[in-house]
Design a protein around this ligand. Structure first.
Ligand code: GLY
Length: 368
């Protein structure tokens, strides 16, 4: 078991990582509930796997549960689902001091966090992330959002949970493709500023993907510690430190947009390929040695994640991928900050990148 503090000024909380925690969800949530009632938000897939077990865990603590279940997938992060959830919370007479429970992946966490942040001007919420991506990234740091017809995650708030409760065993029921997609965010922490952790990933990543519990727990704890360090110094992405977490996301977002935010490319897969492209573009800019970038690509490929733009078989050109980037919410005073690398573990924010060079580079990568 590990307890990792997230030292956000004015809103500190702990991330508790413990195998079997879902079977004790009632005991784990009890400190955050003021009444013997848990309002739980989840999705159909997660509820199918865990509802019976979670209900029993709350019943053992004499806590009543009420569930609001949304369809799985990114399409639930919309205005209609947000309205439905807020109405349900109000119907259940949620109070500002009550903690709503978000049980699921990033979609459930983002939607519930957003609803919690606006209902009665802000209620508390507990994150119980059940995907690797949510456990190592989206459940920590308080970003909440829905998608609109103008793009992904364009409407949302910063609203910190009052606790994050992580059960690594929740990954037992997750499809391997989704575990791999979450693993991309684990690799990311090594590439940002921790070469030794990237080397740990090279040595242990495949064991993690096979379900080795020690490797899983180590990777989750190391990732949460890295994220906690970053978000506690730059909660709102204003100083540039939190922006480091966007490594691979600008290229990845363009690829997700080009593939229609569909199952053709999961978010984590886009990030994985985006990190390879950021590394190779850094080489092209004369910032990083080619062998370092190819080491990144080799580990991404060995993990079963996409490492080649050519292999995606897209019909677009580099310019249209750059056009997608220009709709990115990270645009800042008309320019797009890029996360580039001087080496593995040496990521930095570059604000003067020539987009023509990016388009040329992408044309070359599309050709293979
Ligand atoms: N997932 C990036 C962040 O939380 O800032």
């Amino acid at each position: 078991m590990a307890v990792i503090p997230v030292g956000i000024f004015g809103a500190p909380y702990d991330v508790r990582i413990e195998r079997g925690l879902l079977r004790n969800a009632g005991e784990a949530c009890r400190p955050f509930l003021r009444k013997p009632l848990a309002l739980i938000v989840s999705d159909e897939r997660v509820a199918e796997c865990w509802r019976r077990i979670v209900d029993a865990a709350f019943a053992a603590e004499r806590i009543e549960t009420r569930w609001h279940i949304v369809p799985p997938g990114e399409s639930s992060k919309n205005w209609a689902r947000l309205e439905g959830l807020v109405d349900w919370l109000l119907h259940n007479e949620v109070e500002r001091g009550d903690a709503i429970v978000a049980l699921g992946g990033g979609v459930v966490g983002d939607l519930t966090g957003f609803a919690a942040s606006i209902t009665k001007r802000g209620c508390r919420f507990v994150q119980i992330p059940t995907t690797l991506l949510a456990q190592v990234d989206s459940s920590v740091g308080g970003k909440t959002a829905i998608n609109t017809r103008m793009g992904k995650n364009l409407v949302g708030t910063f609203h910190q949970p009052c606790a994050v409760l992580i059960d690594p065993d929740a990954l037992d029921t997750l499809p391997l493709r989704e575990v791999r997609a979450g693993y991309a965010e684990v690799i990311k922490y090594g590439l940002i500023n921790d070469r030794a952790f990237f080397e740990w990933c090279e040595a242990n990543g495949l064991a993690l993907l096979r379900g080795d519990p020690t490797a899983r727990e180590h990777a989750i704890a190391a990732s949460v510690k890295a994220k906690a360090r970053i978000v506690s110094t730059d909660e709102r992405e204003t100083t540039g430190t939190r922006a480091l977490l966007n490594l691979g996301h600008t290229f990845g977002h363009a690829l997700e947009a080009e593939t229609g935010f569909s199952d053709k490319l999961l978010h984590g897969e886009g990030v994985a390929l985006g990190m390879v492209l950021a590394a190779r573009f850094s080489v092209r800019q004369g910032l990083m040695k080619g062998q370092e970038a190819e080491r990144v690509a080799a580990h991404v490929a060995a993990s079963g994640l996409p490492a080649s733009l050519h292999a995606l078989n897209l019909t677009c050109d580099g310019r249209s991928l750059v056009d997608h980037m220009l709709h990115d919410k990270k645009m800042d005073a008309g320019t797009l900050p890029f996360l580039l690398m001087r080496g593995i573990g040496e990521t930095f924010v570059a604000r003067d990148v020539n987009l023509e060079l990016v388009a040329d580079f992408l044309d070359q990568q599309l050709r293979g």
